[in-house]
Design a protein around this ligand. Structure first.
Ligand SMILES: NC(=O)c1ccc[n+]([C@@H]2O[C@H](COP(=O)([O-])OP(=O)(O)OC[C@H]3O[C@@H](n4cnc5c(N)ncnc54)[C@H](O)[C@@H]3O)[C@@H](O)[C@H]2O)c1
Length: 257
């Protein structure tokens, strides 16, 4: 896709950039002129994707404070600034389900990867952005941060609620230093994470589709368009927001047949 230079000269760090929403955003940001630095665990795909967009890949487990610091330091050393942080890596494992069946280990793993990681990434990038007096942080939450599901993934939903509250608070705290912080809240997206979850259970997928006014899951590229908006100066008056990209789910009571 040819871009129009909306991120010309900006440096963007994207966690979870090897798949799904992160990968679509890597490609979109690069098409808009950004230097992209991917932080992910997927050493098989990472270097190739970075090569494709003329960016960089850093092996980074987002639950590890030292590796997260190294990720942002690499971006800063290589390109001289860190203008955008898309803190997006997350998991949705099958052993995180109803509270009745979810053990403490599954609970903790999901909290670490989905919530503690966002704390670590924000903590690592904020000093660079404060120095620059400029930056846009986009943290991936989910529509389940604001709506409950009977098809529960208890730790996942709680982690995303935490991401939403943390993003709001950071957005307020750093607003006058030129740093915007928003929580991206996607509805269900057609990615490996969701496909894996529903592969064994089509009934569960159908049960979810019925609640989406647009009648389908999002494509990752549609979420990447929203991330681009939040990353670019087009959203210069938007901070501390819960930015829903959900096909109308959260606005719906009765959906079309
Ligand atoms: N897919 C959906 O329907 C949906 C909906 C709402 C929110 N989300 C959120 O969007 C984000 C991206 O989801 P996706 O569907 O694109 O997922 P995905 O599984 O396609 O990609 C996730 C990426 O994160 C990486 N990752 C996993 N654990 C990591 C770790 N510890 N350190 C570094 N990287 C790690 C994986 O290697 C992978 O490249 C997640 O935070 C997810 O919770 C997804």
């Amino acid at each position: 896709m040819l871009g129009s230079g909306r991120l010309d000269g900006r440096t963007a760090v994207i966690t979870g950039g090897c798949s799904g929403i992160g990968l679509a955003t890597v490609r979109r940001f690069a098409a808009e002129g950004a230097h992209v630095v991917i932080g992910d665990l997927d050493d098989g795909c990472g270097p190739g994707i970075a090569g494709e967009v003329d960016g960089a890949y850093v092996h980074c487990d987002v639950t590890d404070a030292a590796e997260v610091e190294e990720l942002f330091a690499t971006a800063h050393d290589r390109y001289g600034s860190v203008d955008i942080a898309f803190n997006n890596a997350g998991i949705s494992p099958p052993d995180d389900a109803s509270i009745l069946d979810t053990g403490i280990e599954a609970w903790r793993r999901v909290q670490e990867v989905n919530l503690t990681s966002v704390y670590l990434c924000c903590k690592a990038v904020l000093p660079y952005m404060r120095e620059q007096q400029r930056g846009s942080i986009i943290n991936t939450a989910s529509f389940v941060a604001v709506m409950g599901a009977a098809t529960s993934q208890i730790s996942y939903s709680a982690s995303k609620g935490g991401v939403l509250a943390m993003s709001r608070e950071l957005g307020v705290q750093f607003a006058r230093e030129g740093i915007r912080v928003n929580a991206l809240c996607p509805g269900p997206v057609n990615t490996p994470l969701l496909r894996e979850l529903f592969a064994t259970d089509p009934d569960r997928a159908a049960r979810r589709l019925v609640h989406i006014p647009l009648g389908r899951f999002a494509e990752p590229e549609e979420i990447a368009s929203a991330v681009l908006f939040l990353a670019s100066d087009d959203s210069s008056f938007i901070t501390a927001s819960q930015f829903l990209v959900d096909g109308g789910i959260c606005g719906a009571y009765v959906t079309p047949l």
